[in-house]
Design a binder for this molecule. Structure first.
Ligand SMILES: [Zn+2]
Length: 447
């Protein structure tokens, strides 16, 4: 693998400071050197260049860590219902997942957390295929199906259809069925167990309802941890959020309905948990789903407008308390299509009151621990620092002044994962027309 030297780039290093101009040398799959320079000068090339390295003159482009998406469903197929996701035959379904994996990388998400898969082994097969180079995709945490109870979110079976008909979720009742189910997913090789701790209004079960018993949840967590698996919960209700803290469920999805006690509990354990609210789902379901028969009058009756307001208030409170909030918006439904995920960062700024800096950090600095990669103060991803894995984006423009540019594939000039370009910056002739933010030249450094 040839080394790559980015020169004359504005470096957002993930530490929260104002970006600075400099050079970044990538050697193998790691960031080998970060050097500060003055704008317009190729800084200390003799010191930082390596014989044979590809030199990319960024011409002032914004260089930042690859982003981490905390709540993805590669197997959701941009359809409007759980049934239409579930009825996709496995042969087409795995190809679909592979295509979605590429889309995330294309859009700058170099790491993704699987938040549930629609069939037992889709996520595992995709993760393995990415890791062994069979397909292209981000670093990936493979999820189980959603574990639910009879009648809970994800139980799509009907009494008039055969008993063995496959459901959207994995349905368990009682502690022993839970134990068997978690063991089954551990056997399949998932990294993360998903449990549906609350309802979801669109399925007819209000988001504030919860069905599992404490004993069932305890068995789920205990068994997952015995196998070294993490647990993530669909947790919209207040009870379900508290249950995540009480039982040590690390990843809390949605967390819409909080009260003071839930916020206090979360704050007291804030470096143990991650919260990904999935605002895109709430916003688009509330206001942008008319084309699929869900006009705002209908979604208001379902309770989504009220939930959106509650979720925004909860996220504002969590932000004030320093609880880790990450992007991930339940993309993969008809009105939240895959690839539009950077909308979450815009929503964080617009609705939660984050600065653009905080929004960028939510997608980078928190991403390493979320991926289980940054341990004991050791940083692997989410930073442009010497020694980190080389997951790097080159962006045309400044996301700190306009966070929405990260939604535009054309503005993401280059995507590097693990030291290799998934998308290399556009090649231009040396001495040709240049403009701010666009890489001007790509040359090979003479040996
Ligand atoms: Zn989800």
């Amino acid at each position: 693998m040839a080394d790559t030297l980015f020169t004359n780039v504005r470096i957002f290093d993930g530490g929260g400071e104002t970006p600075f101009t400099g050079d970044v040398l990538v050697s193998g799959n790691r960031i080998a050197r970060v050097v500060r320079t003055a704008y317009g000068q190729r800084g200390a090339p003799a010191a930082s260049a390596v014989a044979g390295a590809t030199v990319i003159d960024g011409n002032g482009a914004f260089l930042m860590p690859g982003m981490v998406e905390a709540h993805t469903h590669f197997s959701w197929n941009d359809q409007p219902t759980l049934d239409s996701i579930q009825r996709m035959p496995p042969e087409e379904h795995i190809l679909w997942c592979a295509q979605v994996a590429r889309t995330y990388l294309d859009m700058g998400w170099t790491s993704c957390v699987g938040a549930a898969t629609a069939k037992p082994r889709l996520d595992v097969v995709i993760r393995n295929a990415i890791n062994d180079g069979t397909i292209v995709g981000p670093r990936y945490i493979a999820a189980s199906q959603e574990i639910t109870v009879p009648g809970g979110l994800g139980d799509t079976t009907a009494p008039h259809l055969p008993q063995h008909e496959f459901a959207f979720g994995a349905i368990v009742s009682g502690a022993e069925e839970m134990r068997r189910c978690v063991r089954m997913f551990a056997k399949y090789g998932v990294d993360q167990i998903k449990i549906n701790l609350s309802g979801e209004s669109i399925t007819g079960m209000p988001s504030e309802m919860s069905q599992f018993t404490e004993q069932e949840v305890a068995v789920c967590v205990d068994e997952a941890h015995r196998w070294g698996k993490r647990v993530a919960a669909h947790a919209r209700s207040t009870w379900s959020i508290k249950e995540c803290v009480r039982q040590g469920i690390e990843v809390i999805y949605h967390a819409s309905f909080t009260d003071e006690e839930a916020l206090d509990m979360l704050e007291a354990a804030k470096f143990k948990h991650f919260v990904a609210p999935g605002l895109a789902w709430l916003i688009n379901t509330s206001y942008h789903a008319s084309a699929w028969g869900l006009p705002p009058e209908v979604t208001k009756k379902m309770g989504y407008h009220r939930e959106l307001e509650a979720a925004i208030e909860s996220m504002k409170a969590m932000r004030r308390r320093g609880i880790r909030i990450l992007p991930g918006g339940d993309y993969g439904f008809a009105w939240t299509p895959h690839g539009t995920n950077a909308k979450d960062l815009e929503y964080f700024v617009k609705h939660v009151g984050m600065s653009t800096m905080e929004a960028l950090l939510s997608a980078t600095a928190w991403g390493g621990p979320m991926m289980g990669l940054n341990r004991d103060g050791h940083k692997e991803i989410g930073y442009i620092r010497e020694g980190c894995l080389a997951d790097i984006l080159l962006v045309d423009g400044d996301p700190l002044s306009d966070i929405t540019i990260l939604q535009d594939k054309k503005r993401i000039l280059a995507v590097m994962k693990d030291g290799e370009f998934h998308r290399a910056p556009p090649l231009r002739q040396a001495g040709g027309a240049t403009r701010y933010g666009a890489p001007a030249t790509v040359t090979r450094w003479a040996a």
